[in-house]
Design a protein around this ligand. Sequence first.
Ligand code: UD1
Length: 385
Amino acid sequence: MKIISVVGARPNFMKIAPFVQAIKEYNSQSKDGMIEHLLVHTGQHYDDCMSRRFFQELNIPEPDVNLGIGSGSHAEQVGYTMIAFEKVIQAEKPDWIVVVGDVNATLACSVTAKKEWIRCCHIEAGLRSGDITMPEEINRLVTDRLCDLLLTPDLLSYQNLRNEGIPEEKIRFVGNIMIDTMEAHHEKASLLTIEDIIKTNLLSENKFKTVAPHDEKYVLMTLHRPSNVDQYEVLSPLISFLIKDLASKITLLWPIHPRTMKQLKEFNLFEAVANHPNIILLEPLGYIEMLRLNMGARVMLTDSGGLQEECTVLGTPCLTLRWNTERPVSLKRNGGVGVLVGNDINIIKKEFETALGQARIKSRPDLWDGKTAHRCLQTILTYKI
Ligand code: UD1
């Protein structure tokens, strides 16, 4: 059997790493023939800090093909990926194409696969935020509508697909593949020190020589969604909250996404942040460093998808800076640690105070057991259309 799996942007790398490893293990033990596997990187994320370092630390082999798509509008990224990926499919003629997550690569490659009549499997299917203004929601809807096999991380996503009328035989509940990666690197992360992470990644513009905070004495934040960073009216009050309310109480560690960095500078908000003695600005971190900081954070503030899930298992109180989530399993009302706070500063302030006083409560949804990648592979190998 020949499988092509696809990655494009940072959140894909931790999802593909265990799948690639599962194929390697299968091939080392198989008595019924080997799986031929090709890894295609669309190149949507291209910087060392957003891409290459994840391949190295998560032990993902060099991509067999890099489509080199790079930055661009959504239509450009999707369109150029489709043109380039079509050629790969025609040359390689795989039996299956495997896409993960909800980035532009996921959409572009699943559409191209089906137009070439190749079977396509979506790992992390069925997540729905209900917010069609999110580019990722469009990617999820189209991908799940087209794919032959939909592998869901939890039962809520399974139900979402059933509610959309997708037949039962196309859907399998396999668990959360990101947790495989977390389990595999947890021990290594626990050996890192916060001081070393800060020293290695301190942003050059950070004005102060910073003293590393101890565990539970800092808040960790990530922010990159267009809905939070692309408008001054939204970003500016958030920055005021960070400076006036948060950083006056506790240290903030903030690894900055390239999009956010660009917007802070454009809106002239960057200096105020970089000049604050209790805000530590970092370059985008590697996976294991981020995991280590999450393990010791008092509170997480984030608009990321994956971090909400990691907080659930680690128990870090999580303020999700969005009005909706495609991962409701991570919310308090479903046994998780997350609260949706959107970008309303009054709500953020109130929930932040609550979170500061909240204990770490770890929870583990069904099949978030570190063995999802094997279930994904077995399902693909035994699936009959
Ligand atoms: C993409 C994904 C999003 C994911 C996020 C994580 C889509 C629709 N969005 O959003 O789901 O949560 O990645 O990071 O696929 N840039 C660099 N270096 C890089 C990559 C990007 O400087 O290696 C810059 C780009 O030039 C652009 C900005 O960062 O200005 C945004 O990159 P883009 O790929 O458009 O989307 P993300 O916001 O990263």
